[in-house]
Design a binder for this molecule. Structure first.
Ligand SMILES: [Zn+2]
Length: 140
């Protein structure tokens, strides 16, 4: 964990327990989410975790039935979605890529799927903010 003390990490684990419950069978994914969240600026983390509209959930994709990636679920309150849907594969793929994807999705949630500063395009904005947090898009 980059920024936080062990006490803060323990507190973060408690706060996250409710969100991460759906990842129980995917322990590596829980750890990856924790690594990313603990690296975020405190202000950002509190903004997300203290918002009742913020959700993290596991994509219930069934192989063979097809599903577009990264669904944005509409959030109640009309101020943009704050729902992060993570795919189970993020528990198994390369760690750097997984951290980037999780940070990118958290950036969408933080930005309410909108732009960031002068960046209007939500995808570019999420990439830029993830990069700013230390999780650059890996070279492909
Ligand atoms: Zn995106």
């Amino acid at each position: 964990m980059r920024n936080e003390t062990s006490v803060e990490i323990a507190e973060l684990r408690r706060i996250l327990a409710v969100h991460l419950e759906s990842f129980e069978r995917l322990a590596p994914l829980q750890e990856r989410v924790l690594v990313v969240l603990s690296a975020l600026p405190r202000k950002v983390r509190r903004d997300l975790l203290q918002d009742p509209r913020f959700r993290m959930t596991l994509d219930d994709f069934v192989p063979g039935e097809g599903r577009t990636v990264w669904l944005a679920c509409p959030g109640p309150g009309g101020n943009g979605s704050r729902c992060v849907v993570l795919k189970p594969q993020l528990a198994n793929c390369g760690e750097t890529f997984a951290h980037y994807v999780i940070a990118h999705e958290l950036a969408h949630a933080y930005l309410h799927n909108g732009g960031w500063g002068e960046i209007g395009d939500p995808e570019t904005a999420a990439d830029a903010l993830a990069d700013h947090w230390g999780f650059a898009r890996p070279a492909s």
